[in-house]
Design a protein around this ligand. Sequence first.
Ligand code: MN
Length: 277
Amino acid sequence: MRFASVRSPSGGFAVRLDGSVAVRLPFSDVGAMLAAGAEVAGGREVGVDEEIPAAGLDLAPVVPDPPRIFCVGLNYRAHILEMKRELPQYPTLFAKFAAALVGSGDEITLPRDSASVDWEAELAVVVGRAGRHLTEAEAVEAIAGYAVVNDVTARDFQNRTPQWLQGKTFEGTCPLGPVLVTPDEVDHARDLEITCEVDGEVVQRARTSDLLFSPAALVSYVSRLLTLRPGDVVCTGTPGGVGAGMDPPRFLQDGCVVRTAIEGIGELVNVCVTETP
Ligand code: MN
């Protein structure tokens, strides 16, 4: 099943997408739907409202206000090895705030204080139920589904200090969506192609089978830190091909079109617009 969070003049609502039809659900967004219970997270039927055309919906971030957004650093084997690093024993974790999120079709805001904004196509894991100290087997059951995210990063700010947060959470920089796809539809994202295109040129292309720490391993790991909540998001790390690694380095400019896609889930299309005073 596929779910989305939709904006409308009369307020937001969640939908279930059935082909070309969107079935309006009695929740303000997908995060509220997940918070309503594990049954929904498992993708079972909930009370339905009206049916509307799926085309042309104004999509919010698929979870607009996640309780937490966890992000993972180096996590694609080929990318780690090409960087001449050893495969890490533990995931590198950092966080992002919900104010950074935008929807598919929204603008990516290029921060006026940064001259090196870069792309990072990633698989996002969305938690469906609360849990603490989960085994990997339990973590699999706690995953509501998968989405696409671009962990757009201000490299200059990221590299100012050893802690990356300031480069990772600029307002309006991080597209998340377009939909939440339940695990059964994508075999828990075991082997999906992930791509990022900038102005039509493919800059990143990898497969999720190359992830060092799997979605379940990451959800299990994070659950040892704190009690997971429905709607928590884990961004699983980006493969090779970021602009900072190019020679010469290449960064996002005003007007750039960023297309971030994962096979079987969908694509985010966002235009970069420089922040105005
Ligand atoms: Mn990242």
